[in-house]
Design a protein around this ligand. Structure first.
Ligand SMILES: O=C1O[C@H](COP(=O)(O)O)[C@@H](O)[C@H](O)[C@H]1O
Length: 481
């Protein structure tokens, strides 16, 4: 096998799956939670579409599993995903598990010697292990054309993200690095592109002349779900806001790209993230954090977060984070964007809500005006909604509120399947570019520092409640309720 450990990797185009060449997916961290929960089901569904014919799969991890144990994991995940066709069965039959310490050069060398054909390496590892593994890999070198997939969080802060970017740049060209944000593979998130750029009616009003405020919310009824090992170190801000919700913000606020090619789309996203700042440049006014106490949701009893197995109560990890930012561009300056995500709240709420300004004048005689119109973009269930004021039934001069709603099913591929397809096709459009990964840390860093310094108190909310009282966005920020 030819490998390259030079400092300036040549841009070798990845072999797309369509050519029929058998690709290899090497999973580092194969015995971990992420591989079983998200990567393998996504892979199974992708395989079921026929997109990766003849895939060779190799799993590697610190656990001393044997092939049989690994095959069972792959088979179970594929079955859960409804991926039970001949191509998937062939993968299960042929796949191998190699116990290895992927931060050691000799282990990586031995792993690479088992890989044939175009190669995708998936780092399903915690950020610090990813960094050490990538450093070892940089010394070993990878075959030309290799694509690297890296899970979030990408680094643990801006400096570590930059070092990792610099390291990766010595291994493969930027277009072969797929920093994963699975929200970019969600059909409803991608629907922002069609909604904004394939209709005439929305784009002209998506700016500070017409929009009062925007809420991007991802609230879940799920609690920790046994993920303390990862989540207690991350918290809601890093787990959801620094990553996924900032990507949604970028897609919602970017200027129309001339094409959806990787360079154009990612360039547009980068522009708006560079212009994104904390509200009033003040982390204390622009952020809020809270964590759940014991409570009940849909008949399920949840313990106090601090008493969950594996949690370090002294760490003060938040399970709900709220951030208000502005996007200081001609189009958006002055509009508050609230990004919020909470676990163990009373109801699932996954949507971006655009609240428009009041009409310049509601004519005298038209009574009952209460609230401005709103556009709601649901991220699960997949839904679009418009809340409007109309002359409904009854008094013809009295306003009524009407909600127009369109529900549509999710895309055929789960988000992980979609981002994997990008890597197998050698198309980085849906992955996070190096500068964007650093920019997202730049935005949240002052908040993390303020929280560490205790400037923003850690509030509490009961599991199964709506979260802490009051919101950071409201009349104060010119955002009508
Ligand atoms: O990445 C993550 O996302 C999930 C929410 O995304 P979904 O696609 O499962 O709806 C979140 O629950 C998890 O904490 C976070 O790590």
């Amino acid at each position: 096998m030819t490998t390259s450990a030079s400092n300036a990797p040549a841009a070798v185009p990845a072999e797309p799956a369509a050519t029929g060449v058998r690709q290899t997916l090497l999973v580092l961290g194969a015995s971990g939670d992420l591989t079983g929960r998200l990567l393998l089901p996504g892979l199974g569904r992708l395989m079921a579409t026929g997109a990766v014919p003849g895939l060779r799969l190799i799993g590697s991890g610190m656990d001393s599993w044997d092939d049989e144990r690994w095959r069972r994991r792959v088979a179970d995940s594929f079955e859960t995903a409804g991926a039970t066709g001949p191509a998937e069965s062939a993968v299960i039959r042929e796949t191998r598990y190699v116990p290895a310490d992927v931060t050691r050069e000799e282990d990586l060398r031995s792993l690479l010697s088992r890989c044939t054909g175009p190669l995708v390496i998936f780092f399903a590892l915690p950020p610090l292990v990813t960094a050490r593994s990538a450093a070892a890999l940089a010394r070993v070198g990878v075959p030309p054309g290799t694509r690297l997939m890296l899970e979030k969080p990408f680094g643990v802060d801006r400096i570590s993200a930059r070092s990792l970017n610099e390291l990766l740049a010595t291994l493969v060209p930027e277009d072969q690095v797929h920093r994963i944000d699975h929200f970019l593979g969600k059909s409803t998130v991608l629907n922002l592109l069609g909604l904004r750029f394939a209709n005439r009616i929305f784009e002209p009003v998506l700016n500070s002349s017409h929009v009062a405020c925007v809420d991007i919310v991802f609230d879940e009824t799920l609690g920790l779900e046994g993920r303390a090992g990862y989540y207690d170190g991350a918290g809601a801000l890093v787990d959801m806001v620094q990553s996924h919700l900032l990507q949604v913000l970028a897609l919602l606020t970017m200027d129309p790209p001339p094409t959806l090619q990787a360079q154009e789309l990612r360039g547009r996203k980068s522009q708006v993230l560079r212009a994104t700042k904390l509200w009033r440049d003040d982390p204390a006014q622009a952020s809020r954090r809270a964590r759940y106490t014991a409570g009940e949701i849909d008949g399920r009893r949840l313990p106090n977060y601090a008493d969950e197995p594996g949690v370090d109560p002294g760490r003060g990890t938040e399970t709900l984070a709220e951030l208000v930012v502005t996007v200081d561009t001609w189009r958006w300056a002055g509009v508050p964007f609230r990004l919020r995500s909470g676990k163990a709240v009373d109801a699932v709420r996954k949507e971006a809500v655009i609240t428009f300004k009041q009409p310049t004048r509601v004519p005298d005689g038209l009574t009952g005006y209460e609230r401005p119109d709103r556009l709601r973009i649901g991220f699960g269930p997949d839904r679009l909604g418009l809340d409007l004021n109309i002359n409904g039934p009854g008094d013809p001069f009295e306003l009524d509120r009407v909600k127009l709603t369109a529900d549509f099913g999710p895309g055929d591929l789960p988000a992980y399947g979609e981002v994997l397809r990008g890597a197998f096709d050698g198309d980085p459009t849906l992955s996070v570019r190096a500068d964007v990964a650093e920019e997202c840390w730049r935005i949240v860093e002052p908040v993390l520092a303020a929280w560490k310094a205790g400037t923003v108190p850690l509030q509490e909310y009961q599991a199964g409640s709506a979260g802490p009282a009051d919101s950071l966005i409201g009349p104060v920020l010119g955002c009508p309720r």
